[in-house]
Design a protein around this ligand. Structure first.
Ligand code: SF4
Length: 287
């Protein structure tokens, strides 16, 4: 049996930075609040919870005061910062620099397009934290496009400016740009490539990786949109790909003693979780 872990899988630098900030603070403090799951991976959330990281929902956050709260890599809308100012909340801002730059660009883009009585469009998942942070830069006026069905929501006679959530697929974004251009005319659309290459560059590498094995085990959080995108890439390259969130979910019946097994994961998958999957296989097959 051959078992290999994809070296390109695992946390992106934005998530590594946020986790490091939390760990550094928890070396000095007993507890720290984090607004939303620090990463879409329940295993890692639990590990950090054991160190003292307490995840709070938005609802809970907007009742808190006089405390310290970490903002995760996805970013937050302006109202989160405003509430902190008014309620003596110290923010540890671990928003990824790539997301921060995008928020600034969306804010400026919105001011421009508003002056032209146009519309600002965001390609992304409705309700996703990063998308909410972006919509917040437009006073809630951005139109979020998740799929072709949302194209009915855009005005055909307005100048439009388009951005993408950082973790969307480049191919899907290009398809959407063409669809919008066909609908409102090329001259009416200005678009920006705002997809993070930490994710996009993994796609061609993951396609190649997936082809080299009999079985692919993809490890990712159930709530992670990045995990869904990357898992689908694996599945297209290798139909014998299987999604698990934890080594306990590994179906050992999928393997035999001569299997070539590739283990990979999302940008939110901790390396040690993939190591545990490899260990479980090695122990079972006594390698
Ligand atoms: S995927 Fe890119 S933009 Fe998103 S947190 Fe990671 S490094 Fe930042």
């Amino acid at each position: 049996m051959i078992i290999e872990i994809d070296n390109n899988s695992g946390f992106c630098f934005g998530v590594i930075k946020a986790i490091k900030k939390a760990e550094d603070i928890l070396k000095l403090e007993d507890e720290l609040y984090c607004l939303g799951d620090i990463v879409h991976n329940s295993y890692e959330v639990e590990r950090l919870a054991n160190l003292g990281l307490k995840t709070v929902s938005r609802e809970e956050y907007f009742k808190m005061k006089n405390c310290t709260v970490l903002l995760r890599a996805h970013g937050e809308p302006p109202e989160t910062y405003q509430y902190a100012k008014e309620n003596n909340i110290k923010l540890i801002d671990a928003t990824c620099p790539v997301v921060l730059r995008l928020q600034k660009n969306v804010k400026h883009g919105y001011e421009d397009i508003k002056a032209q009585e146009g519309q600002l469009l965001i390609f992304g998942k409705k309700g996703h934290a990063e998308v909410n942070g972006l919509v917040g830069q437009t006073d809630g006026n951005a139109i979020v496009i998740e799929g072709p069905e949302d194209l009915d929501n855009i005005a055909l006679d307005k100048k439009s400016i388009l951005y993408s959530q950082t973790t969307k697929s480049l191919d899907a974004y290009h398809d959407l740009i063409t669809n919008i251009q066909n609908k409102i005319g090329e001259n009416n659309l200005t678009y920006f490539d705002t997809i993070c290459r930490q994710v996009a560059n993994r796609i061609p590498k993951l396609k190649e990786f997936s082809k080299n094995y009999d079985v692919i085990v993809f490890v990712g959080g159930e709530k992670s949109s990045n995990a869904k995108v990357l898992y689908n890439i694996c599945k297209e390259s290798n139909p014998n790909s299987h999604f698990i969130s934890h080594p306990n979910q590994l179906d050992l019946a999928l393997f035999h003693k001569d299997s070539r097994v590739g283990i990979c994961g999302a940008t939110s998958t901790p390396r040690h979780l993939m190591d545990l999957v490899a260990k479980k296989l090695k122990d079972h097959f006594q390698i």
